[in-house]
Every structure is written in structure tokens, then in C-alpha cells.
Design a protein around this ligand. Structure first.
Ligand code: ADP
Ligand code: 5GP
Length: 198
């Protein structure tokens, strides 16, 4: 895992349902100088998700083996028996391809990565205008069972208190505005004029 200074990281973090996936997918489609840090997880694959693109889907046992092998840069048991982690090999893969890395990661992992990479990383907290709106969006995504939704809502309350720990807060109210602002944040951090990045 190199630390060459021209390689950057964009760490998008927020409680579940805030819009991380939406923002990150937009940026990856728009800018080919970015690539996604594909995390490993032991949670079940959602129907539309693709192995190796959205996540590397592992069994809990496979995940624990990788922890023992020291394969992770960071990992968290985000929900009971549901593990998520960044493989060290992802940083090599993306940086060796000459791209800047984009993360979609919960708040503890984001804090750890920011500590590890300092000024090379920009940590962006995505914020939905209200708790009620956030819960509404999470429900409208229709990906969670009632018990999974309950676990996520419980965690949201704690994660919302992390806002001030990150470099920038991106308010996700009107989506078009959010996406424009996300583009501005990326271009500014790598010192590129937005017009020349397109
Ligand atoms: P996360 O990755 O943080 O869990 P998602 O990107 O999956 O969040 O967004 C949660 C849900 O909210 C999705 O159904 C998404 O389409 C929707 N969404 C995202 N941004 C907005 C927005 N600005 N206004 C309304 N709905 C949104
Ligand atoms: P989801 O199940 O909705 O895809 O993800 C649940 C939470 O785990 C989200 O907040 C997501 O950002 C986070 N997450 C995804 N990958 C990683 C990772 O590699 N490390 C950590 N710490 N969190 C992750």
C-alpha cells in the first residue's frame, strides 16, 4: 500500500440511507480518474448487486479468516454478525491503475482511514436535512427487512453525532444540487477546474 502524495482518497460517510451510494455512483460514472474501493462484506447480496463491483461477498467464516490473515486495512462489525472491511489489496489495485479512490464507508471506518492517510484523504459526511426524512428514504429504498431496518435506525442515531469529525459536510436535500456540490468537492481537492474535468 503506497502513500504516494499524488494519490488521493475521497471517503464518503454517513448513516445508512443518507445517499452515499447515490453520490458515489454518480461521481464514478462522471469521472474516469476515480475508482471505487470495493469492500468485502459478510452481509447478503441484494438482488441488483454485482460481486466484485458493489462488494466482495464473503461468508462470515471467510471474512474472519481474512481478518486473521491481516488482509484488511480496516474492518467493522457494523451490525451483529455483519462484517464490512477495506482490503489492503484494494488500495494497491486502484492506485496502481493511477486513479483516485472513492470510499462508501460507515463513520468508524471513515475516521480510521482519515487518521491513516491524513491530508491525502478527504472525508465527506453526507447529511440529510432531518432524521424523519432519512428514515423515509431508507424505507423507500425497500432493501431492508423489518428487523434489519430496526437495526439500521438504531445505529443512525449514534452516527448522526459524528458530523463534526470530518473535513466537509455535504447536505443531501435536492439531489441535483447535492451531485453538483459533490463534483465541486472532488475537483477542488485534486486541484482541477471543473470544466476541464468533464
Ligand atoms: P446510502 O448508500 O447512504 O445508504 P442511498 O444512496 O442508498 O444511501 O440512498 C438511500 C435512498 O434515498 C435511495 O433509495 C436513494 O435513491 C434515495 N435518495 C438519495 N438521495 C436522495 C435525495 N436527495 N432525495 C430523495 N431521495 C434520495
Ligand atoms: P450496506 O449494507 O448498506 O451496503 O452498508 C452498511 C454500512 O456499511 C454503510 O454505512 C456502508 O458505508 C458501510 N461499509 C461499506 N463498506 C465498508 C467498509 O469497507 N468498511 C466499513 N467500516 N464500513 C463499510
Amino acid at each position: 500500500m503506497g502513500k504516494k502524495k499524488n494519490h488521493k482518497m475521497f471517503i464518503f460517510t454517513a448513516p445508512s440511507g443518507s445517499g452515499k451510494t447515490t453520490v458515489v455512483r454518480h461521481l464514478l460514472n462522471k469521472y474516469n480518474f476515480l475508482d471505487f474501493s470495493v469492500s468485502a462484506t459478510s452481509r447478503e447480496k441484494r438482488p441488483h448487486e454485482v460481486e466484485g463491483k458493489d462488494y466482495y461477498f464473503l461468508s462470515e467464516e471467510e471474512f474472519r479468516t481474512k481478518i486473521d490473515e491481516g488482509a484488511f486495512l480496516e474492518w467493522e462489525e457494523v451490525y451483529d454478525n455483519q462484517f464490512y472491511g477495506t482490503l489492503k489489496s484494494e488500495v494497491d489495485r486502484v492506485w496502481e491503475a493511477g486513479k483516485h479512490m472513492v470510499f462508501d464507508i460507515e463513520v468508524n471506518g471513515a475516521t480510521n482511514l482519515k487518521k491513516m492517510y491524513g491530508d491525502q484523504a478527504l472525508a465527506v459526511f453526507i447529511k440529510v436535512p432531518s432524521f424523519m426524512e432519512l428514515v423515509k428514504r431508507l424505507k423507500s429504498r425497500k432493501t431492508e427487512s423489518p428487523s434489519s431496518l430496526k437495526k439500521r435506525i438504531k445505529r443512525i442515531k449514534r452516527e448522526l453525532t459524528y458530523e463534526e469529525s470530518f473535513d466537509t459536510v455535504l447536505i443531501n436535500d435536492k439531489l441535483e444540487v447535492t451531485l453538483q456540490e459533490a463534483e465541486n468537492i472532488v475537483c477542488q481537492f485534486i486541484g482541477m477546474r471543473k470544466e476541464s474535468a468533464e
